[in-house]
Design a binder for this molecule. Structure first.
Ligand code: IPE
Ligand code: IPE
Ligand code: MG
Length: 239
């Protein structure tokens, strides 16, 4: 376990730079996605070692459907294969896998694999690994508005009762605490429709490293940077 005092409870990661990593090596973009699975393994290990309880990984955005069909289907296959291959080790490590996003648009084999890994890791109590799949914040918030409106129309909830708590409860992330730290690799400094509500007070960290080069040491560095931040939540610095 880490010596640091302020360990983030929840780290959310925008895994970016797979395509560039592959292009630098004159390989197909897909090669970078395959290599990125190794970085996911390293992240899980380092998170557990540091005492982080939740990790959310942005694996596929609602906008990623706009990529060439061959890249999308290669990613779908990779999700299936990784889920099958990684399940035993995740169980051994005490990792519970959960998901946010709209899975209904995924091919049925992918949906089945995802359902299976959720069930087979349900008792993991060291780390909750949340995969954001066909996820975007705007679609999540729109869905929440629809759910709340339906409850209001059914007379279960008055408009005055809609507060921040009800909003948060209508999001995919309802069971989880907000992220304390959001990491985006590859040097890009944007959130690309990721956890916009939930990251209102998250610390942001943008390392230059491309996702396939992200290691346990890189995760440790991010945790260390976080520990040095002063989170004020609108208040003034603690004496
Ligand atoms: C992130 O890497 C992985 C996914 C979005 C699935 P990219 O594929 O976006 O890699 P770059 O940004 O093109 O280098
Ligand atoms: C964000 O990365 C989505 C994921 C990491 C899954 P993108 O590479 O799709 O984001 P943009 O297009 O550079 O903003
Ligand atoms: Mg990218």
């Amino acid at each position: 376990m880490s010596e640091l005092k302020n360990i983030p409870r929840h780290v959310a990661i925008i895994m970016d730079g797979n395509g560039r990593w592959a292009e630098l090596r004159h390989k197909e973009r897909f090669y970078g996605h395959i290599q990125g699975v190794e970085s996911v393994r390293a992240t899980v290990k380092a998170a557990i070692r540091n005492g982080v309880r939740y990790v959310t990984l942005y694996a596929f955005s609602t906008e990623n459907w706009e990529r060439p069909e061959e890249e999308v289907s290669a990613l779908m296959e990779l999700f299936c294969r990784s889920v099958e291959n990684e399940t035993p080790e995740l169980q051994r490590q005490g990792v519970r896998v959960a998901m946010i996003g709209d899975r209904s648009r995924f091919p049925s084999e992918v949906r089945q694999s995802l359902d299976r890994i959720e069930q087979e890791t349900a008792s993991g109590d060291k780390l909750t690994l949340i995969l954001a799949l066909n996820y975007s914040s705007r679609s999540e918030l729109t869905r929440a508005a629809r759910l709340l409106a339906a409850r209001a129309a059914a007379g279960e909830l008055s408009p005055q009762q809609i507060d921040e708590k009800e909003m948060a409860a209508a999001l995919y992330t309802a069971p989880y605490p907000d992220p304390d730290l959001v990491i985006r690799t590859s040097g890009e400094m944007r959130l690309s429709n990721f956890l916009l509500w939930q990251s209102s007070y998250a610390e942001l960290y943008f390392p230059e490293v491309l996702w396939p080069d992200f290691t346990e040491e890189e995760f440790d560095r991010a945790v260390k940077v976080y520990a040095g931040r002063d989170r004020r939540f609108g208040r003034i610095k603690k004496k």
